[in-house]
Design a protein around this ligand. Structure first.
Ligand code: ADP
Length: 237
């Protein structure tokens, strides 16, 4: 993998004049310039169609910009060869609105799958998984299946799965979109804890109450453009 430089490693995410255009000609991101330091917590907000999902997909290397550079943890994603992408993605934790758990596997197995792909030993894995489930407050649900858990609990399993390989960055795409207010706050508090442990956390959300109350950095997208980037911001200022 191309590591840019040690100095750049302090910047967890750099987008340098990024343009993304889909094959039908839709420009989903334009003139995007972002710099996120290691250990930051930030929200990305914007109306439907403003480019939020494209923003996350670009960081995951699922969508390639037509111009500009995307550098995550010192790795220039837009220059990464296709076969290197899966290795890169294992270094990034991702959480989705719809949890994406395997319903025929229990909690332990759902978290273990993320470890199996990196070839961890069973003994090492079990310790890690138990620690992660403790972190998300679900050690007593280790043998439960997703269908036996509440939405908030399922999202906590998804966070444990995303964090079990200790990624430096966690990307969350509408993580509270399917949850009631109480569970939404639990998930946000958990993401805050994860951030306090040193992980850079980026959350795409529509939840204006959460954004307004958390007083974190807020990047607002409109028609694919960053229209504001505020240190302790609120929703759609
Ligand atoms: P958001 O997540 O904020 O709703 P998206 O990133 O999904 O926004 O979409 C940004 C723009 O790109 C919208 O105009 C959307 O219609 C368009 N778009 C998204 N995905 C595709 C795609 N695969 N092909 C063509 N256009 C797309």
């Amino acid at each position: 993998m191309e590591i840019i430089s040690e100095a750049n490693e302090e910047n967890m995410i750099v987008m340098d004049d990024v343009f993304v255009e889909y094959s039908n000609g839709t420009v989903a991101l334009k003139e995007c310039n972002v710099c996120v330091e290691k250990g930051e917590f930030l929200f990305v907000v914007g109306r439907s169609g403003s480019g939020k999902s494209t923003f996350i997909k670009t960081l995951l290397g699922e969508v390639k910009p037509i111009s500009g550079d995307v550098i995550v943890g010192g790795i220039k994603i837009n220059k990464l060869r296709r076969k290197r992408l899966p290795y890169y993605r294992r270094r990034v934790g991702v959480v989705f609105q719809e949890f994406r758990l395997l319903n025929d596997r229990n909690v332990y197995e759902n978290v273990a799958l993320a470890q199996r792909v990196i070839g961890a030993s069973e003994r090492f894995m079990e310790k890690r998984i138990r620690n992660m489930l403790k972190l998300v407050g679900l050690e007593n649900k280790i043998n439960s299946f997703p269908g036996e858990l509440s939405g908030g609990e399922q999202q906590r399993v998804a966070i444990a799965r995303a964090m079990v390989n200790k990624p430096a960055i966690l990307l969350a795409d509408e993580p509270t979109g399917n949850l009631d207010p109480e569970n939404s706050w639990e998930i946000m508090n958990l993401l805050n804890e994860v951030n306090k442990l040193g992980t850079t956390v980026l959350v795409v959300t529509h939840n204006n109450e959460i954004v307004d109350r958390m007083k974190k950095r807020v990047i607002t997208l409109h028609d694919g453009k960053i229209v504001s980037d505020v240190k302790q911001g609120g929703y759609l200022q």
